[in-house]
Design a binder for this molecule. Sequence first.
Ligand code: GDP
Ligand code: MG
Length: 185
Amino acid sequence: MERATTSASSEGEFRFKVVLLGEGAVGKSSLMLRYVEDKFSPRHVSTIQASFLSKRLDLGDNHVDLDIWDTAGQEKYHALGPIYYRGSHGALLIYDITDKRSFEKVKIWVRELQRALGETAVLIVVGNKLDLESERTVDRTEAIQYAKSVNAEYVETSAKENLGLADLFEKISSLMIDKWEKTRE
Ligand code: GDP
Ligand code: MG
């Protein structure tokens, strides 16, 4: 059978768009830079040249090109335009485990995403800054329950210490492949 859509051009070859969403300073840009270029800066990552960075993953017989889209700071004004969301196959809803307010904001981003895309994208709620465990203010169990309630997976990461990132992007890639396969049944 021919596979010809924007997300899978030939057998086992996929290209997916993943958007990063979350309050300013939760570590969206840091997470992307650490994962794609293995870099970390202790300062705010203010400007990224491109609106997205790409990374290729091999998952057994499947090969995935991920286009990871970062905001350019417009998230502070809740002013991400429709182009940001358009065609997304997955979304990472990121908060900072030491910042309760950033967790509450995830709930707003989920609603905004669903308004823009319906239920078409795979969602993962991401608790970042896991290296600051001793300053945690968001209970992990509560976050897991919330993620379940919106049909999302839950993962914790540290962009600073490179914890959980490879697993996170492998997980979202596998889920996007599964979802894509299901839509073809
Ligand atoms: P963004 O506004 O969501 O893109 O956040 P940034 O990536 O600019 O990060 C905001 C601040 O949090 C910067 O000072 C980062 O160095 C810091 N940061 C990002 N990720 C982590 C992390 O995993 N652990 C710690 N301790 N700091 C982090
Ligand atoms: Mg940023």
